[in-house]
Design a binder for this molecule. Structure first.
Ligand SMILES: [Zn+2]
Ligand SMILES: [Zn+2]
Length: 256
């Protein structure tokens, strides 16, 4: 499994892109930085997108990708919770902001939505996909993606502390999680459902207790204005836990 980090930040600029991961060129996790990061032909190779939740930085490129695929005569499967589907259908594809690519073109709509239930393994494009609920102010699903060779990555999406129940369901070699802010923002993190380095540390200690090992960890959803502090604090946590924890960046590739 080859994982490419397309967007590792919570702000966009010429250097930073919004939340998006790409697995083996075909499966995307979140759509904050798909069209802004991928060539037109790479967009055409996408087969499916898993959406964690409906916050704008995670769905932003669904309409622009839809236009690109429509013009190529292509279509794509999108998987999400019912809540995300309903919100996207009502607000992005009601025909007011943009063409309704969920129904257009009528013979083969560009976007095919399928709702996904947490805690049931689904086969999607040759991968085993397991969704688990995480802690964020709106319903959010993390996804474990397992390749046919058994290698697995768990992407939390946006989450605050409280992942303990997830560890009963997932056994990844790699966790890609969010670390939005440094520890001086811990109260903000608890309130708004985001992690800081110390909050991540507690979650990882919980993981090791249940699973008996610590996987490699890559942090995304980084606030670029606070990145230096986050990076320094993550380095301390990595040393304390004797674990491989790094900040992800746009274009980073991880091979499992
Ligand atoms: Zn969010
Ligand atoms: Zn977000």
């Amino acid at each position: 499994m080859n994982i490419r980090v397309l967007g590792a930040h919570n702000c966009e600029s010429q250097d930073f892109k919004l939340a998006s991961l790409l697995i083996d060129d075909t499966l995307a996790l979140d759509a904050g930085g798909l069209t802004s990061s991928l060539s037109l032909s790479a967009q055409g190779r996408l087969r499916a997108i898993l959406l964690t939740h409906q916050h704008y930085d995670h769905i932003r490129d669904v309409p622009t990708l839809a236009m690109s695929l429509f013009l190529q005569g292509a279509s794509i499967d999108i998987y999400s919770s019912l809540a995300v589907y309903q919100t996207v259908a009502a607000h992005l594809f009601d025909g007011r902001l943009y063409p309704n690519f969920m129904e257009h073109p009528p013979e083969n709509p560009t976007l095919r939505f399928t709702t996904i239930e947490p805690y049931h393994t689904e086969q999607i494009e040759g991968y085993s996909i397991l969704a688990v609920a995480v802690n964020h102010p709106i319903p959010t699903l993390g996804y474990q993606v397992t390749a046919p060779d058994g290698k697995a990555v768990f992407y939390t999406g946006d989450t605050g502390p409280g992942l303990a129940h997830c560890w009963e369901y997932v056994s990844p070699q790699l966790i890609i999680t969010e670390v939005t802010a440094p520890d001086s923002y811990q109260a903000f993190g608890r309130e708004s459902g985001h992690l800081t380095p110390s909050l991540l540390k507690q979650e990882l200690i919980g993981f090791a207790k249940v699973k008996g090992y610590l996987p490699r960890v890559a942090a995304v959803h980084i606030n670029p204005y606070l990145e230096k502090e986050i990076k320094a604090e993550i380095a301390v946590v990595a040393e304390e836990l004797n674990a491989d924890i790094t900040l992800a960046y746009e274009g980073m590739q991880i091979r499992l």
